[in-house]
Design a protein around this ligand. Structure first.
Ligand code: HXC
Length: 672
């Protein structure tokens, strides 16, 4: 497997246009779910579902209508948008419906001979350059497509359940696939909310090797423990234990098939546990529930489960089946692991990993073991991806599960990448952007806040620690340009405003929603905008006191955003040009105190029709005033850190943060 030209697929330029007519073969569960994802992301396409059985098609179409209705009922989609998603959607039992399709996605039963027959039929009916992909979870592309006349247009795109929502898709890089096809698929997926992971063409690819062997190992453990005991112990690592997940998937045949394949190709140690043939439904515990497990027994189960996980992880990397950061994020987002195997290895430490793997090797001879020093398996970055565009380093924030929200590890990684390249004469500067097309960054990770509530000192220190990256940007020797590819919220906007220039796609927006959470934006938003763009002070008052949203066009008019772009390509090109233009011409944030217009009245403050906390509006106003009067930037920033600490001790913060995490509207009526 060769490394993709760019870790952020949106940086790859492709000639092929997006699809216009897509056919999905197989109206089981995953086929229609893939179709729904595509239609919601690209409503203008025609989509046809093919199956041999009309009942399956009817049921699938009804399910998709149900998804759209639910999205409207939950306010996630507007009714006209739902209508557009459902328009141009058809089902057919006749392969003649493939005519005109420029992309055919096969999601039929896992049967090599059947799939090959389907591909022969497809190839006879579609244009020679139509894309053909299979959703197989195990069969290598080299075997599936061996008989195609034009294999370069075919590969495996492996989705995970539920495919309309789960962001992960493995895109299999096999030797005969056209490089342009792989670039097109990766780019299309990244642009439509997915996380494409480039994966080698081994049986079961990357993530199912982990999942299948995890389940198989759990079944081997049944000689020593019950399914409920294994699931209880497994919950230290996954949100739902392996037997619970197998029940959800209605049985075990897939593990039997995939592990039989691995055993045939790679050795008897992969043989599926015999018990899979005798049990249809496991007696186990639901996520969060536990049964009694003795300490020694739990330790033995845990060692075996970590053993198989880490053994698979090193094997996948040693054989070049996947990339390290992709393995970890894939295990978390596609398979429901609480942390990726490489991260759990890092946290366990070399001595513990060695002990567990030695025990595993003794109990399960033949299973793969590390071939290199353990440190060599760790990714250099987990939460950002780094690319070079000419002499500019492009850092992409990649936490699609949280709209690229910042946490400590991510800010540390951004800082480390900048420090690593700052002194490199070959590097002109940096561009910061976000993964996908929805968000640049949704702010600081709100999941971290509950632990700070009620402790002003700890909260202020947290703000100071988060701000280390931003303070570094203030004095960075090379230009750093923010390329806003979508929403820049809270700490995400605070990060962007410390960059030396901002460029934005037209759909990008900027907002400081902290007031709706009952906190203040303590990373510089109460200081920096007033010193950098003093003429827009009244606009910043509205953003801070009412969470007013600023469009990219408005921000451009106000001089906050330096340039606008219609596409991501143009955004990056403009950002790179800005880096070059700024070289040797730093834009420091002014140190001097600034004058301010009057602060809005907090008593009547509302945002989006919802009442805000008058106490927080007043606290924000006071911090803005004190920061404006501070004689140095450092003093002004300190006002912000302290105000964040103070806000974290209010009843409004407790309510606002709890409401976000509980997915409900905050009620500041009682908090003041
Ligand atoms: C953690 C976040 C997050 C954040 C979004 N997510 N923003 N997780 N921290 N800041 C998660 C959601 O919980 C959800 O996870 C997933 O990302 C997708 O988000 P949704 O809400 O489902 O998407 P959507 O309905 O489109 O709404 C998008 C949104 C909303 C409007 C941006 O997510 C939102 O309001 N987010 C919070 C934005 C915010 O308040 N930022 C400022 C933070 S405070 P699940 O698991 O449910 O799918 C700050 C300053 C701190 O930045 C100062 C520190 C000193």
């Amino acid at each position: 497997m060769s490394a993709p030209a760019f870790a952020n697929p949106l940086l790859e330029s492709v000639d092929r246009p997006p699809p216009r007519r897509v056919a999905v073969i197989g109206a089981g569960t995953i086929g229609p779910d893939i179709g729904y994802y595509l239609k919601s992301a690209l409503p203008e396409i025609e989509l046809v579902l093919l199956d041999l059985r009309q009942e399956a098609i009817d049921a699938a179409l009804a399910r998709l209508r149900g998804y759209a209705d639910k999205a409207v009922a939950k306010g996630k989609m507007k009714a006209p948008d739902a209508q557009a998603v459902l328009a141009g959607l058809a089902g057919s039992t006749d392969y003649a419906a493939l005519a005109g399709a420029d992309w055919v996605i096969e999601a039929a039963t896992e049967d090599l001979a059947l799939k090959r027959r389907i591909f022969a039929d497809v190839e006879a009916r579609v244009a020679a350059d139509a894309v053909i992909t299979s959703n197989t979870s195990s069969l290598p592309a080299a075997r599936l497509f061996a008989q195609l006349k034009h294999p370069g247009r075919a590969t495996v795109t492996h989705f995970f359940a539920p495919a309309w929502r789960n962001p992960v898709v493995e895109v299999i890089d096999w030797p005969r696939a056209d490089r342009a096809l792989l670039a097109w698929l990766r780019r299309l997926f990244a642009a439509t909310g997915k996380l494409p992971l480039t994966t080698g063409d081994a049986p079961c690819f990357m993530l199912d090797r982990v999942f299948d062997n995890w389940c198989n190992e759990a079944a081997h453990l049944l000689a020593h423990a019950s399914a409920a005991q294994v699931d209880t112990v497994a919950q230290a690592h996954v949100h739902a234990g392996p037997f619970f997940v197998l029940n959800l998937a209605h049985g075990n045949p897939i593990i039997v098939e995939t592990n039989t394949l691995q055993a045939a190709e790679e050795g008897a140690h992969y043989t599926p546990a015999t018990i899979f043939g005798s049990v249809e439904r496991w007696l186990t515990v639901a996520p969060g529930k536990r049964v009694e497990v003795g300490a020694a027994q739990a330790a033995a189960i845990d060692d075996r489960l970590r053993g198989v996980l880490w053994s698979q992880a090193v094997d996948i990397l040693d054989r070049g089946i996947g990339h390290s950061a992709d393995l970890d994020i894939g295990c978390r987002l596609a398979l429901g692991f609480k942390q990726g195997p490489l991260q759990s290895m890092r946290e366990a430490g070399d001595a513990e990993v060695t002990r567990v793997l030695q025990r595993f090797a003794a109990e399960r001879p033949g299973m793969p073991l590390p071939r290199r020093a353990l440190a060599a398996y760790q990714p250099s970055e987990r939460h950002v991806v780094v690319d070079r565009v000419d002499d500019v380093v492009v850092i992409t924030l990649r936490r699609p599960e949280a709209l690229n929200a910042l946490h400590d590890e991510m800010t540390d990684e951004i800082l480390a990448v900048i420090r690593r390249h700052e002194a490199d004469a070959q590097v002109a500067g940096f561009v910061l952007t976000g993964w996908g097309s929805k968000a640049f960054c949704a702010g600081a990770d709100i999941g971290r806040f509950p632990s700070l509530l009620g402790d002003a000192g700890a909260a202020a220190q947290y703000a100071r620690d988060c701000a280390r990256l931003l303070v570094h940007l203030d004095r960075c020797a090379k230009p750093v340009v923010a390329a806003l590819n979508g929403m820049a919220l809270g700490g995400g906007f605070e990060l962007a405003m410390r960059c030396h220039a901002l460029v934005a796609q037209r759909h990008a927006t900027m907002q400081l929603p902290e007031i709706t959470l009952g906190i203040v934006p303590g990373l510089g938003a109460m200081v920096v905008p007033y010193r950098r763009w003093p003429a827009a002070a009244a606009v910043f008052h509205g953003m801070l006191a009412r969470a007013d949203r600023l469009s990219a066009a408005q921000a451009h008019e106000l001089g906050i955003v330096d340039d606008l772009a219609d596409t991501f390509e143009a955004l990056i090109a403009k950002a790179v040009a800005r880096v070059h233009a700024l070289a040797g011409r730093p834009r420091p944030v002014a140190d001097a105190a600034v004058a301010l217009p009057a602060w809005p009245d907090g008593a009547a403050a509302v945002s989006g029709g919802k009442r805000l906390s008058a106490q927080l509006v007043a606290l924000t106003g006071r911090a803005v005033r004190d920061a404006a009067a501070a004689r140095t930037l450092a003093d002004a920033l300190e006002v912000g850190y302290r105000a964040f600490g103070e806000s974290a001790c209010t009843a409004a913060a407790r309510e606002g943060i709890a409401a976000f995490l509980e997915r409900r509207a905050a009620d500041f009526g009682a908090t003041g």
